[in-house]
Design a protein around this ligand. Structure first.
Ligand code: FES
Ligand SMILES: [Fe+2]
Length: 365
């Protein structure tokens, strides 16, 4: 395959054909294949390092159906585990941020150290068959890039930095590692992850749907480069003279959205909860969290949140219609929807891999 990105937005290109069938956005059988062959294969953003700065801090949540916890050990290292007790499968810690010297199961009190090792099976009784050494918490691959903590369920996936590919080098001048978590915005909505991705990866709707964005960037110059082999998109929208901001914008398949600015970043990801349902998580990071700049931070985040709200509103209508079965497929604009086509092809590749028998290796041994 050609390594050069394919650029959209400079004029008409070749016809792109039809959209994905509507059933792909609503069918549990398609979703089950996507979860296995896409979401269990790729790295996914999970937490920001600034939320667990000290040994004993942890962050727990559910991703691609798996309850997981990432915690910082006494050695300062981050480790990820399935949030499941080896005794009778209770959840060890509640979702969210917390702090604990050891992980003590609330059900019967088994405790684990920061390495995931079982250190005590409380009041268990005499059982020579209990092999405490084998009762280690199930590990989850956990790596960080510039303060962003990712997890991956596939033991054979490439390292995070290789998965990020050229993005890591392209973003090297942005001091993302210095930015601190300011706030997030979570939205559990009746929208398929692909309906959201479709919308994100075309500029066709910008003039009609986003007056605030159009005031900030010159949408007539909006372009998206498709890096098909590395499965990411580079989005380009230059600032208007008096516009609010300019930055570097990436979409890494399947669901990572990185908007990097000189003052901070807006980072978003999606947990695909089911066919036609997702949790959209958007984090706003700033280098300067001082009280003096709070008003400016709030002005910027309110502006950015409004743009996502406009998108969520329109894709919610879209999803409702995709669910009805009235509409099956539409036609893609050769001028504007080239990246969307690339995105849909990546989703097709995932489902095709599943159909040809590919499965991630989730457990050692
Ligand atoms: S399930 Fe955790 S101690 Fe029993
Ligand atoms: Fe949009």
């Amino acid at each position: 395959m050609n390594d050069l990105p394919v650029r959209q937005g400079l004029g008409a290109a070749a016809p792109l054909g039809d959209t994905l069938p509507a059933a792909w956005y609503a069918d549990p059988a398609i979703f089950a294949k996507e979860r296995t062959a896409i979401f269990h294969r790729h790295w996914q953003l999970f937490a920001h390092e600034s939320r667990l700065p000290d040994p004993g801090d942890y962050f727990a949540g559910v991703l691609a159906g798996f309850p997981i916890v990432v915690l910082r050990g006494r050695d300062g290292r981050l480790r990820g585990f399935h949030n499941v007790c080896r005794h009778r499968a209770a959840q060890l810690v509640p979702d969210g941020v917390g702090h604990s010297k050891s992980l003590v199961c609330p059900y019967h009190g088994w405790s684990y150290d920061g390495d995931g090792k079982l250190i005590r099976a409380r009041d268990f009784g005499d059982d020579p068959g209990l092999d405490t050494g084998a009762m280690h918490l199930f590990p989850v691959r956990t790596e960080t890039w510039k303060g962003l903590i990712f997890v991956c369920f596939d033991l054979d996936a490439p390292a995070l930095v290789d998965w990020l590919g050229p993005i890591a080098a392209m973003a090297k001048d942005y001091p993302l590692e210095r930015y601190r978590f300011y706030r997030d915005k979570l939205r559990d909505v009746a929208v398929d992850w692909k309906a959201y991705g479709d919308n994100y990866l075309e500029g066709y709707h910008l003039e009609l749907m986003h007056p605030g964005l159009c005031a900030a960037i010159d949408v007539s110059q909006y372009m998206i480069d498709v890096h098909r082999r590395e499965e990411f998109f580079y989005l380009y929208g230059p600032r208007r003279d008096d516009g609010l901001t300019q930055g570097l914008y990436f979409y890494r398949f399947p669901v990572l959205m990185l908007n990097l600015y000189d003052w901070g970043a807006s980072i978003a990801t999606i947990d695909a909860l089911g066919p036609g349902r997702m949790l959209h998580s958007n984090w706003y990071l700033f280098e300067d969290l001082s009280p003096a700049t709070k008003a400016e931070r709030d002005r910027i985040t309110d502006w950015a949140i409004e743009i996502v709200s406009e998108d969520i509103a329109v894709v919610t209508w879209v999803q409702r219609n995709l669910n009805t079965g009235v509409y099956d497929r539409g036609r893609l604009s050769p001028k504007h929807e080239h990246a969307l086509k690339g995105f849909q092809d990546m989703a097709r590749d995932g489902v095709a891999a599943y159909d040809s028998g590919w499965r991630p290796r989730l457990r050692a041994g």
